[in-house]
Design a protein around this ligand. Sequence first.
Ligand code: ES4
Ligand code: ZN
Length: 312
Amino acid sequence: MHVHLEGCLEPELLLALARRNQVAVPWQTADQLRDAYQFRDLRSFLDLYFAGCLVLRNQQDFYELTAAQLDRAHQDGVAHTEIFFGPQTFTDHGVPVGSALNGILDAIADAGERTGISASLLVSTHRHRSESDAFALLDSVAPWADRIAGFGMGGAEVGNPPEKFVRYFDELRRQGFRTCVHAGEEGPADYVRQAFELLRPDRIDHGITILDDQDLVREVAAAGTPLTVCPVSNVRLQVVPSLREHPLPRMLDAGLSVSLHSDDPAYFESGLAATFAAAAEHLDLDRATLTDLARNSVRASFLPPAARQALL
Ligand code: ES4
Ligand code: ZN
């Protein structure tokens, strides 16, 4: 439930789409592109990630990207996935929002028939853009509203606090949508507090800096607001120095509802099964704890109650 479709673009597909769509890219081979997967922080990652997005141009491209990710998720044992997609990156470059959404939704329907995997779409906005950009995005996806499971928000965090989007989240709620928001990935605990108090999301994505505010930890734990944690991402973006030092065990000990996710599996070279394995090994998580993490993700999902219950 914390995975970005654009971050599922593997180097081989990226280069194939670049060739097919005649988009010039600075990498000749998949290995050259993988060599560029060295990130200092969130911003340096987003720069490469948005550059990769330029090869996705038409409905078939989005279909193939989604189909490939759903097959990998199925192989990893995923029963249900909720995938973020951020249309603003593409509409900026003249790709119609319908090309993207129809390609993604067709691939979700076909993957369900092919493998039985259940998947839904979360539309994500960029916090480094304006409030009016967010409202414009919401208007532009209205024709697909009944096939959108919820709305999220990502992008460059520091300097773009949650308070910037209070009216946008109020409007999402007014329209009956579920919401989640990235907060406390690189930003301070105060951004997590703002997200929790002002945006009142159904889930907080990342949220790891919450540990710097123990009062907030108690409030979020008491509210039961889920946090979707991505330890491999945090290490690759140098938010946390190593997996061994990741705060996930302390978050669990504090009574927070934590689950485990991949974020951008192509760029961080770790799908969900590999992420569970890495967390188990380097954080010494036992089977019961791994099961708790998986159960927490089911509880935090936007599935209808009966479908959620069936997975517990
Ligand atoms: C993100 Cl917009 C976006 N996409 C992927 N990963 C992210 N992390 C923070 N914002
Ligand atoms: Zn994310």
